[in-house]
Design a protein around this ligand. Structure first.
Ligand SMILES: [Zn+2]
Length: 113
């Protein structure tokens, strides 16, 4: 399950910012997950809860924000929304798509005290 290492990465980010911004408790973590990032939301929740145990974020609530997949269609010369990697263009049905967004996961915001 690669969500486990992703969750560890998230905790790393939290602990790093705790050090630089001097907070000692995290209340909420907003995690942005792109639709094309290949991250299972439920698995992510499960792994997050497991890795934050006994950490600064142990009581933190995890809020997941899903961002839509975006791709550039060469035939349409336009940005289109896609649901999955290797989907066809919803406008022309073509496959010459280049993913331009929604393929990553990042910590958007932390609510701390
Ligand atoms: Zn197209």
């Amino acid at each position: 399950m690669h969500e486990m290492s992703l969750a560890e990465g998230v905790l790393q980010i939290i602990e790093d910012s705790a050090r630089t911004q001097n907070f000692s408790r995290v209340k909420t973590v907003w995690l942005e997950i792109g639709q094309l990032a290949g991250v299972e939301k439920e698995a992510m929740r499960f792994c997050f809860e497991a890795v934050v145990r006994d950490s600064i974020a142990q009581d933190a609530k995890l809020e997941i924000i899903e961002t839509p997949g975006q791709a550039w269609c060469m035939q349409c010369s336009d940005t289109v929304q896609v649901q999955a990697l290797y989907d066809e263009c919803p406008k022309c049905g073509g496959h010459q798509l280049q993913v331009t967004g929604g393929n990553e996961m990042r910590v958007k915001e932390l609510d701390v005290e």
